[in-house]
Every structure is written in C-alpha cells, then in structure tokens.
Design a binder for this molecule. Structure first.
Ligand code: GLN
Length: 495
C-alpha cells in the first residue's frame, strides 16, 4: 500500500471520498513522517493533538456528506501565518513567545474547508532570505542531494520549510508567502510546485508582514492540480484586508484541461542574462519546446525594464519592511531585552531590536530607513516607485499584444550548498531572486513547475507568469508543462 503521506491532495481526496482512508490515517502518516524528519528542520512546531482533533472532525464531516475539496487534507503552515493558540514568530527571535489570539484569514479559510493543521514550517526571518538559513530555528535542509554527494543543500527560501516538507512528503500541501519569490524559488529547488497568486487574491490579514505591497500567500504542493485545489480554499475577499480583491473565486481546478493549443507564450529576451548557466538556459529552451509541442505559439518578447527589477525590489521591499518592523519595540509582544539600572526607553528599544533581529533583518531595516530618509527619498524610494510602474506597464503591453503567459527560468541555478548564506555577500544572495521579483513588483501571478533534473540529479524549475486574475489559465499552462516534463523524481531518503 502507498504510504499515505506520499499521496497528492487530489488522490487523498478521492480516497477519503471513497472511504478507502480516513483523515486520521492520513494525518497520522504525516505526523510520523514529521517525527522521522528532524534532520531536515522543516517543521518548527508540531501541533499533533490539534491535528488529530481536526482529522476526527473532518472524518465526521466526510461521513455526513459535507466534505469540501480540502476536507481531511493535512497541511503545514509557514510560520508567519498567525494560527490561534499556536506559536507564530515568522522565524524571528523578536517574536519569541508570541502566541496569536487570532487566526489569519488564509488559515481560517483552510480550516473552514476542513483541512488539518500539522504545524508550523521553517522560514527565513520575516521572509527575508533565499535559503532558510536566517531563521531563529536554524536552517532547513533540503531532502535532495547531488548524486554521489552527502553535502547538505539548501531548500531555498524564504518558504524553505514548506518546500522541504512537501518534497519529503511530510505534508500533502503547505502554505507559503511570496514577496519576491519565496514560494517559487524554494519550489524550484525542491522539485515541487509553488504558486504565487495575483496580489490581492488571498487576504494578508494575520500574516506577519514583510513588505505589504508585495506580500501574497499561495499554495506549495506536489502537483499543479493540488495547487489549484488548495488555492481555491485559500483565496477570497476579506473585509479585514483592504487590498484583498472583491471578486469571485473561480473554480481553478475546472480550468485544468491541459489544452493550450493556440495560446501565445512570450519568452522575454531581457531574462537571458549574461553568464546564465548552460543548465538553466537549456532547461528554458526545453520548456519552450514542450509548450510548442503542446500546440502553443512561442514568441520572443521584450520587457525592457525587467533588468531594473532586482535593484527596484531591494529598495521597495526594505523600505516597507523598515516601516512594518517598527512595531517590534519590546513593549507590546515578543522578546524584550534585559535592561540595566538607569536604562531608559530608548535603551530598551535599541537593546531589544539589536537582540531580537538577526543580521539580515537589521540590514534591511537600515537599508529601508535610508532610502526613506528625507535626503534620499527622491533619489531612491520615489525613483524605485517610478521604475515599478514602468515594469508593470511592460507586462501590460505584452498582455495587450496577445501574450497569454510568459516563460522564464525560476532560479539562476539548482540548489546550492548550505552555509552559503554565511559565505555569500548579501548582494550575491539577492541575485537568487533575479527571475522572481519582477512579477511581484507588477502584482502578477506566477508559478514554478518542476521540469527536469540537472546533470548531477537536482531538480530544475520553470517559471510561468500569468495575466492578473487568470490563475486558472496560468495553472492550465503549468499543467501542460507538468505533463510534458513528466517529472516524477523524488529525493532518495537519507534523513
Ligand atoms: N528572497 C527574497 C527576499 O529576501 C524574497 C523573499 C520573499 O519572497 N519573502 O526578499
């Protein structure tokens, strides 16, 4: 019999419906896989009791004939989603001891649909990073290894815990957030599917903020179909988030026909960077061929301002972060530094923030405060906002020209070795995001689909960028790539 934790959401749903398995059995299989995977450090808090109670409730709901698409499906939750009564600290020491008295809208929707909460998943502190090495809980390790090597590899970031959990079959689905690539990059490095929806598709309420104009929640799953199912349960308007879109949530799964004949797919020439690795470049060409073979028309396009996306992102995201993170002052929640006799309130702020934030977060807070400061606002922040508009207009022009989706690499390389965060300069680390940040600036949906293996056996992912609010169509194009690629490799179990 298949190990139940290795099932896809779609298969588990079918087996739950036919009463072949129970949610309790699925949940127990995941909990025992989590127990055996401490070496990956993907899960930072296990909510076993809660999970089993939710599983029993789901089984009762299924028995009464009221199951939803996600009823009884065990999922993991990125640490930065507030889950009522469960420690939620966004990978940061400064939120040590914070147990939210409320539930994020996205997780509330998942639980309302009957999904089961397995626990919280590791991430870079406040979502800042590309390797899940900047976490108070320590780094997440990818289940993947290079052929013939025992070196530990990164699971990507910042949703590295979610990606590792899916790749290692610890959960059937996981939530992630994507501010500049944190769903798509870890998905690409771990052979999993990661969908970042259109900005405003999912409510940000109860998600510990990084950069509010860029943050968006999305599903991380084993297959494209699972991403469609899970997004359906996460999405929807929420009066508590004024940026969440007041529009109906379509049946994303219904869009999955696999038929993309006649669709026009753009290949943006600005993404063909100098020094792009042969492996990544060849994979990109292979992806274009897969789409052509499936009947799509593949055309070269230009997104002239895309080359400025990375520096633009690394001005806007830290600016918003410095503002969002000013609330961590040692007064209201989380960590407070021990004070010496005679220390005043400023000492408390300074000591608390120096102890509570890791070095990358401190760097971003300083960068953000700098670009927003009176003397530099026009030169950096205002200019970045203008470039952001130009980047968005490039995409609008391409879509107005009849382009249905855009194909690019998801990452500039396969997974790199762990410990690199310490060795790399911050800018080298930021370069990991070169293909992903562009669509965040434009508010567009994007998906990373596993498409093949590198010569040394590591997963490679392709990114598809879609039109706003057309996640169904985007998922359908991704399905065509998934089918053509036939990617079914799994990490060999060593943990
Ligand atoms: N790696 C990017 C950053 O560090 C993206 C992070 C994200 O999407 N949360 O900002």
């Amino acid at each position: 019999m298949t190990m139940l934790n290795t099932l896809t959401i779609a298969d588990a749903r079918a087996k739950l419906a036919s009463k072949e398995v129970t949610s309790r059995e699925l949940t127990e299989a995941c909990l025992s896989a989590i127990d055996g995977a401490a070496a990956l450090n993907a899960v930072v808090t296990v909510t076993a009791e809660k999970a089993l109670a939710m599983a029993d409730a789901a089984d009762a709901r299924i028995a009464s004939g009221e199951a939803d698409a996600m009823t009884g499906i065990p999922v993991g939750v990125k640490d930065l989603f507030c889950v009522e009564g469960v420690a939620s600290q966004s990978g940061s020491k400064i939120l040590d001891g914070f147990v939210p008295p409320y539930e994020s809208t996205v997780t509330a929707k998942l639980w309302d649909a009957g999904a089961v909460c397995l626990g919280k998943l590791n991430q870079d502190e406040f979502g800042m990073g590309s390797a899940t090495e900047y976490s108070v809980f320590g780094p997440t390790v990818s289940p993947w290894r290079k052929e013939g090597s025992e070196a530990k590899l990164t699971a990507g970031g910042s949703s590295g815990g979610s990606a590792a959990a899916i790749a290692a079959d610890l959960a059937l689905g996981a939530t992630g957030t994507d501010t500049g690539g944190s769903i798509r990059q870890p998905a690409a490095l771990t052979g999993t599917v990661g969908l970042r929806p259109t900005y405003g598709r999912c409510s940000r309420w109860g998600i510990i903020a990084y950069a509010s104009s860029l943050d968006q929640a999305g599903p991380m799953t084993k297959t494209v179909r699972d991403a469609a199912i899970m997004l359906g349960a996460m999405a929807g308007h929420d009066a508590k988030d004024s940026t969440s879109a007041d529009m109906p949530v379509p049946d994303f799964e219904a869009a999955l026909t696999g038929d993309i004949r006649g669709k026009k797919i753009g290949i943006p020439r600005e993404y063909r960077l100098d020094g792009l690795s042969d492996t990544i470049s060849a994979e990109w060409d292979r992806g274009a061929q897969m789409l052509r073979d499936a009947g799509a028309e593949v055309v070269d396009i230009s997104l002239p301002h895309a080359q400025h996306a990375l520096p633009t992102y690394y001005i806007i995201a830290p600016a918003e972060a410095s503002s969002n993170l000013s609330r961590y002052d040692g007064v209201r929640y989380g960590h407070r530094a021990k004070l010496a006799a005679g220390d005043g309130i400023t000492d408390m702020y300074e000591k608390t923030r120096a102890e509570g934030f890791g070095p990358e977060v401190q760097r971003r807070v300083m960068l953000g405060a700098y670009v927003l400061s009176a003397g530099f606002y026009d030169a950096y922040y205002r200019k970045a906002q203008r470039v952001r508009t130009l980047i968005r207009q490039d995409f609008e022009a391409a879509f107005n020209d009849g382009i249905d989706a855009i194909l690019t690499p998801a990452t500039p390389s396969p997974a790199f070795e762990m410990g690199k965060a310490a060795e790399m300069s911050p800018v080298e680390m930021y370069l990991n995001d070169v293909f992903t940040v562009t669509l965040n600036l434009a508010g567009l949906p994007g998906i990373s689909v596993p498409s093949g293996l590198s010569a040394d056996g590591l997963p490679l992912g392709l990114q598809l960028i879609g039109k706003p609010w057309e996640e169904g169509e985007l998922l359908n194009t991704a399905l065509a790539v998934e089918r053509a690629a036939g990617f079914d490799a799994k990490a060999a179990k060593w943990w």
